[in-house]
Design a binder for this molecule. Structure first.
Ligand SMILES: Cc1cc2nc3c(=O)[nH]c(=O)nc-3n(C[C@H](O)[C@H](O)[C@H](O)COP(=O)(O)OP(=O)(O)OC[C@H]3O[C@@H](n4cnc5c(N)ncnc54)[C@H](O)[C@@H]3O)c2cc1C
Length: 445
């Protein structure tokens, strides 16, 4: 590493998709020193899949990761219309396909471990990754560096702190607590209460059960099962299942959602994440079509995941501290976009910090530009994800599909499909280029 004094020292708290992408994006600027602090003793992803839409894929390309990532899967990025998911109405004895979601450019699907390995392999040595460093809190003064305090009692200093520490972010907790204290000192009690309510995540009312199914196991029982080759969604009242091949078709990523939207905002009664049991969710899908029963039969050792979100924040930044990824805007997974949004945050944050006009003195301005661009965008995606969760579990305009049959049911399902497309098309009809240009324009005026 060069011994020349660095323009900025950036501390990234959390080495998930967001933190690692930021580290990689910042490493293109040799005058920025990067320290990543990760709570886990070693980095290991859960056994699950991840889908990346064309918007964040553009960033993967810009960071030069495309080739390595594509080696881990059978898919190829494509321009133009591509079938992304087959939709079935499955909550009955004889299910049927009613539409295909066509995206402009492919949704690329990976094993999470493969995705993480590529990011880690490409991280330059100059970028220090410190494991077993769980941030407890930090102190930011009017001037001078920010002091980080870790659970092991050690301390570190930086010019910019980025909270990429996920749903239960310690950075968000410290950041918002400071705001609450300030508001209370001003006598602004209502605002203090409102800000304080964003510290802890809220339950979405949905539980996800995730598993990887060896393709051979599924093939042995159902050689023609559509999920072996076609990303599929099996939809029904109160829940849905998503299944798609990953790792050169050797594994099928399986997620079953039990949706109780009426419970959104209530306290989840149990452990948020941990080993699950098929008996916890098989009952919900017991009357569903045979294609679903076969998948359920093949599931072994699922992970249970109570899906939590973070209430929309008033700001992602404060002075020289920024929140990104799930720490800033944890959303429901119904558009497969949380990681994509973290990747977009990472790239825009690196663009504003890496710009030559950003110095220690102008960090707050650079971070405000990041906030102006990314906060409204992420808030829109968060709401779109929430709506998709309703649509996939057959809640549209208070219509109960059980009351319809024949052509009328078909019409309602087409209307549902139309609503899904309208709500989701931002992911393949818009480009991240506009956000990058916007950041540069704001920095240069
Ligand atoms: C069922 C399900 C399916 C999903 N599918 C998709 C999909 O297909 N596509 C997609 O784009 N998104 C998907 N998502 C969302 C996606 O997984 C998340 O949005 C994404 O992983 C968030 O990345 P992140 O880096 O912000 O946070 P995380 O991945 O949570 O990383 C945070 C990191 O910070 C570390 N950390 C935590 N606290 C501290 C601390 N105090 N100090 C230091 N380190 C700390 C953690 O150990 C972790 O390594 C899905 C989510 C779920 C639940």
């Amino acid at each position: 590493m060069s011994s020349a004094p660095k323009r900025l020292r950036v501390a990234i708290c959390g080495a998930g998709v967001g933190g690692l992408t930021l580290a990689l994006a910042l490493s293109r600027y040799p005058d920025i020193e990067i320290e990543v602090y990760e709570a886990a003793t070693t980095l290991a992803e859960i056994g699950a899949g991840i889908g990346i839409f064309p918007r964040p894929w553009k960033i993967i390309r810009l960071l030069g990761l495309e080739h390595d990532l594509l080696k881990t899967c059978e898919m190829k990025p494509q321009d133009g219309p591509v079938p992304a998911f087959n939709y079935r109405k499955s909550d009955q004895q004889v299910g049927f396909s009613f539409s295909t979601l066509v995206t402009n450019g492919a949704l690329l699907t990976f094993h999470r471990a493969d995705f993480q390995n590529v990011l880690l392999r490409r991280l330059p040595k100059s970028c220090r990754l410190n494991c077993s460093k769980r941030l407890r809190t930090y102190t930011q003064r009017q001037s001078g560096p920010t002091e980080l305090v870790f659970e092991d009692g050690t301390r570190a200093f930086c010019d910019v702190l980025v909270g990429a520490d996920g749903l239960k972010s310690a950075v968000r907790r410290s950041f918002l607590t400071e705001r609450v204290n300030w508001m209370q000192a001003q006598g602004r009690w209502q605002e203090a209460t409102e800000i304080g309510s964003c510290i802890d995540p809220i339950w979405s009312g949905t539980i996800a059960y995730r598993a990887l199914i060896p393709a051979e196991r599924l093939k042995a029982i159902s050689p023609g099962h559509q999920s072996l080759t076609t990303p599929s969604m099996f939809l029904g009242k109160h829940g849905y299942i998503i299944a798609y091949p990953i790792s050169h078709g050797k594994m099928i990523n399986f997620v079953a959602f039990n949706c109780r939207h009426d419970l959104e905002g209530t306290q989840f009664p149990g452990v948020w994440m941990g080993p699950g049991d098929k008996s916890q969710f098989a009952g919900i899908f017991a009357h569903w079509e045979p294609e679903v029963q076969v998948l359920l039969h093949c599931v072994d050792k699922p992970l249970q995941w109570a899906v939590h979100t973070v209430k929309p924040l008033r700001s992602f930044v404060s002075g020289a501290t920024a929140l990104m990824g799930d720490a800033a805007h944890s959303m429901t997974p119904h558009q497969g976009s949380g990681a994509g949004q973290a990747i977009e945050d990472a790239y825009i944050l690196a663009t504003v910090l890496g710009h030559p006009s950003t110095t220690r003195e102008t960090i707050p301005r650079a971070l405000r530009i990041f906030d102006e661009i990314r906060r409204p965008a992420a808030a829109g995606v968060m709401e779109a994800c929430r709506l998709n969760g309703r649509y996939f579990s057959f809640e549209l305009d208070g219509v109960d599909l059980d009351h319809y049959a024949g052509p009328q049911l078909w019409d309602k399902l087409q209307k549902l499909h139309g609503a899904v497309v309208k709500n989701w098309e931002w992911a393949w009809t818009t480009s991240v280029d506009g956000s990058i240009q916007d950041a540069l324009r704001k920095l240069e005026t």
